[in-house]
Design a protein around this ligand. Structure first.
Ligand SMILES: C[S@@+](CC[C@H](N)C(=O)[O-])C[C@H]1O[C@@H](n2cnc3c(N)ncnc32)[C@H](O)[C@@H]1O
Length: 376
């Protein structure tokens, strides 16, 4: 599975698309808005009021959230310029994602995006395909980098868990698809090492690209507890493994395929993240914070006020949303590993039922971190 070449969210605007199922990511952008706005102003002031400000969004995807962050950033800087009685900068907006992303959908939404800025300064949007675990931009060309709900994706399944001929680590995580309370300790260690390699590469690349005084605002899934097997959000993967194992017991999927699959995902603790940043050394941490985002919040944000608006009981309603959200994000990856023969509707129907049971007595929220870094 070559993630760099093929990994993508479900494209288009259909019922299983990312565009139709990215409410929780929209909520995460909303909840980290004030941090992003503050960082935008600091980057503008700290890089001596550039006449053209270059802003990159890493992992923009497509759909209603693709332009939200850069829009927010421009608005914050333009508002500051009114206060300062300065001419606002022109904006170079660089939207990055992997090669398989539905960039066409993003480009098609641009006329509408430009029309939301009557009387405002010029901005120029460019799509930048490629992995953020490598160089994407010219040296010292960026003033501000933002990224939301993307950095919890690793560049690959942990190297130490990949099935290679003669590898003693092959299939150590039997019946699981991620770190689980029942996994041997080497599994969490393999994930930690892969995260270390990936995040260090990410920081080194951005350190080349961001000017001195420039900033990064990164929001992504995290965990409150240092202990990896205590991750609050393990259930997302644990229940997916349960649904797959149930299908294997009916010969609908090969058990060995489950045993050899380890999701390329990692949610670091805040301490772990800070250690990586300090260890790499190119950035100082301006601020860092945890926040929860869940379907309860989503109800608060919804125009109908949520709760029992659609008459379906809460755990089931939350389960349907989560199942659709995970499918929009993970379907390609599962197809690529398990093959076209895997019946996705069946898998996600089972997954939804397990989620509904889980939400009957557990909170439906996920832990995120938002961290602001300044290039030294
Ligand atoms: C869940 S979406 C988040 C999209 C958007 N930022 C939002 O908040 O809705 C994660 C995005 O990160 C992208 N992504 C994952 N790994 C990446 C990598 N190594 N380089 C660039 N983009 C990546 C995925 O393709 C996907 O579009």
């Amino acid at each position: 599975m070559d993630l760099k070449k093929y990994f993508h969210m479900n494209s288009g605007a259909g019922k299983n698309s990312y565009a139709s199922n990215s409410k929780i990511q929209g909520l995460i952008i909303c909840k980290s808005q004030s941090v992003r706005r503050e960082a935008a102003v600091e980057a503008y002031l700290g890089t001596d009021w550039p006449a053209t400000m270059s802003v990159a969004d890493l992992g923009c995807s497509s759909g209603p959230t693709a332009l939200l962050e850069v829009e927010d950033i421009m608005e914050a800087i333009e508002r500051e310029c009114v206060e300062l009685r300065r001419q606002p900068p022109e904006f170079n907006l660089l939207l990055n994602d992997l090669y398989g992303n539905d960039f066409n959908a993003v480009f098609r939404s641009l006329p509408e995006f430009y029309s939301r800025r009557p009387g405002k300064g010029l901005c120029f949007v460019t799509g930048v395909p490629g992995t953020f675990y490598g160089r994407l931009f010219a040296a010292k060309s960026l003033h501000l980098v933002c990224s939301s709900s993307s950095l919890h994706w690793l560049s690959q399944m942990p190297e130490e868990l990949q099935q290679k001929e003669g590898s003693p680590a092959a299939c150590v995580n039997k019946g699981k698809v991620f770190i689980s309370a029942g996994s041997p300790p080497c599994v969490a260690e393999a994930y930690r090492k892969q995260f270390h390699r990936d995040f260090t590469t990410f920081l080194r690349c951005r350190a080349e690209e961001i000017v001195r005084g420039g900033l990064m605002v990164l929001a992504f899934m995290s965990r409150k507890n240092r202990e990896a097997a205590m991750m609050e959000d393990l259930y997302i993967w644990e229940l997916l493994a349960d649904a797959l194992n149930a299908m294997a017991s009916e010969n609908l999927v090969a058990q060995e395929r489950i045993d050899s699959f380890n999701a390329p995902f990692y949610a670091p603790s805040l301490e772990e993240l800070e250690e990586e940043i300090e260890g790499e050394g190119s950035f100082c941490i301006r601020s860092s914070d945890h926040f929860g985002a869940g379907w309860d919040d989503d109800d608060l944000y919804s125009p109908t006020g949520g709760a029992a608006a659609d008459g379906v009981i809460r755990p089931v309603r939350y389960a349907v949303r989560m199942e659709k959200g995970v499918r929009a994000v993970a379907e390609w990856m599962l197809r690529s590993h398990f093959g076209e023969g895997l019946a996705m509707d069946d898998l996600f129907c089972r997954y939804g039922e397990l989620l509904a049971k889980h939400y009957a007595d557990h909170e439906a929220a996920m832990t995120n971190v938002v961290i602001t870094l300044v290039r030294k």
